[in-house]
Design a protein around this ligand. Sequence first.
Ligand SMILES: C[S@@+](CC[C@H](N)C(=O)[O-])C[C@H]1O[C@@H](n2cnc3c(N)ncnc32)[C@H](O)[C@@H]1O
Length: 318
Amino acid sequence: MLDDFFKQCSASKISTLCAQLISMSKQAFAVNNGNIPKWENAISMIKTQNSGALNYVAPYLNIHAKNIDKDDLEFSLKQLMPWRKGPYQIGDLQLDSEWRGDMKWDRVVPHIQSLKGKTVLDVGSGNGYFTYLMAISGAEMALGLEPFLLFNYQFQAIRTLIKNPPNAFVLPLRLEDMPDEAVFDTVFSMGVLYHQKDHMAHLYKLKNMLTKGGELVLETLIIDAKDGDQIIPEDRYARMRNVWCLPSTDTLHTWLKQTGFSKIKLVDVTKTTPEEQRATHWIGNNTQSLQDFLDPNDDTLTIEGLPAPKRAIFVCQK
Ligand SMILES: C[S@@+](CC[C@H](N)C(=O)[O-])C[C@H]1O[C@@H](n2cnc3c(N)ncnc32)[C@H](O)[C@@H]1O
């Protein structure tokens, strides 16, 4: 299966190594995760549904499956909650995830090189919403890396429902697990840098995986210059535990330059709104979202008193 996915593209030389890594990480995950039987059962139930063709009808990644059993499918997909990334529509079932991924995609697409025929890496892909969009946009292959096992099951659930899925795949791996091979024409790191303890190691690794002249699309949380060069949260940030760096756009520009990228362009800065990140019934019992993470009296601040989430998109070349 993996060989088919990697076939003929410039990344085929890493396919065997990826297969070995996956086998190792699956064993590690299986030991640590008691939810696997529930998730496997959900996938088995989803397999009994009809599949359909995939396309993008914003905001939804739309699967045109006819005669699905909507209640049954909703029940099965809800065994895989929380659905952070999406939204998806399967038949007439709308899976409204916490995030409106289409809003980020709209900000990214006008500024990047065409993905037609490209070999693309989507680091921190979550359940593959963007990985699918990359493939639909014409990528020869789009590989997502996502260490959080549940999101791999969500990817599998969606893939099960697609008739003739495009050449997109999500593997349960971290960026740092990957071999240093320059095989990807475009590398996306969206919403991942601030989760890294060592941001420069992340940037160097992204560069190592790009072909010469390849494009990096980097999206991450930033702060305004008036708030300093960077903030390293002492504790939580917008209730998230694992946020390690919030640079200003100037600081991030410097980091990219220090890594050796060229043609560095800041193409977008957008404040995250409750329209883009919202509580829905697809995120489970803990129904808190952005609105609950902001200061109730001042939406320019998080509940911890830090600048409210704002995201920048940089594009640059190796
Ligand atoms: C905030 S989400 C962003 C998802 C998606 N890329 C987006 O832009 O909406 C960050 C994801 O990156 C994953 N992640 C964190 N560190 C990673 C690493 N070192 N390698 C690959 N994925 C990582 C997390 O598990 C999480 O699913």
